[in-house]
Design a protein around this ligand. Structure first.
Ligand SMILES: [Mg+2]
Length: 182
């Protein structure tokens, strides 16, 4: 059976609907399939790790305290559902002044890898944007484009980039990994 070291997850458009710059916990809600999908995905990885661009902070649209509240809620939901989450790595850079930490940069992945001794080449990145797939490919990871959020739009712009998997959504992603096995 396929077994990943770490399953990296994008947040907006992958775990939760993405109306754009969620700046209040009141506006954050997981997709109805997310927790079930994560429980099933857990079989295929030792850990989860969230990597998310939150330029809304850099743009002055999201207060850092509110992002922390959302992060705490997510951490709590993973804990309550016994889902092993290494951490939530977020990048608040404005795109005009982006560091290597803002996806498609690989900074958050490398930091997570050093912090937690993750073997990136034995890991997978799941997200709805090209900027989720690019760093995964660059780092030799498996990748999955989910067609929720910006997924459909991203799919039409992939060009030379080929994700390892396409999935309708995170729950369908479980089937895709299962189907590639054996
Ligand atoms: Mg996204």
């Amino acid at each position: 059976m396929k077994k990943y070291d770490t399953i990296f997850l994008d947040r907006d458009g992958t775990l939760n609907p993405d109306p754009g710059y969620i700046n209040s916990l009141d506006d954050f809600i997981f997709y109805d399939f997310t927790l079930e999908a994560l429980k099933q995905l857990e079989i295929f990885g030792d850990n989860f790790c969230i990597v998310t661009n939150q330029s809304g902070v850099g743009r002055g649209i999201i207060k850092i305290d509110e992002l922390s509240r959302i992060n705490n809620y997510i951490l709590d939901q993973f804990y309550v559902n016994k889902l092993p989450l290494l951490g939530i790595y977020y990048c608040t850079d404005h795109p005009d002044n982006a560091t290597k930490y803002r996806k498609p940069g690989v900074g958050m992945f490398n930091k997570a890898s050093i912090d937690n001794s993750i073997d990136l080449k034995r890991s997978i990145m799941i997200g709805d944007s090209i900027s989720d797939i690019q760093p995964g490919v660059k780092l030799g990871m498996d990748t999955m484009l989910v067609l929720t959020g910006k997924g459909n739009e991203s799919r039409s712009k992939l060009g030379e980039i080929t994700p390892t998997y396409f999935a309708k959504n995170l729950l369908d992603g479980v089937k895709q990994i299962k189907g590639s096995d054996s």
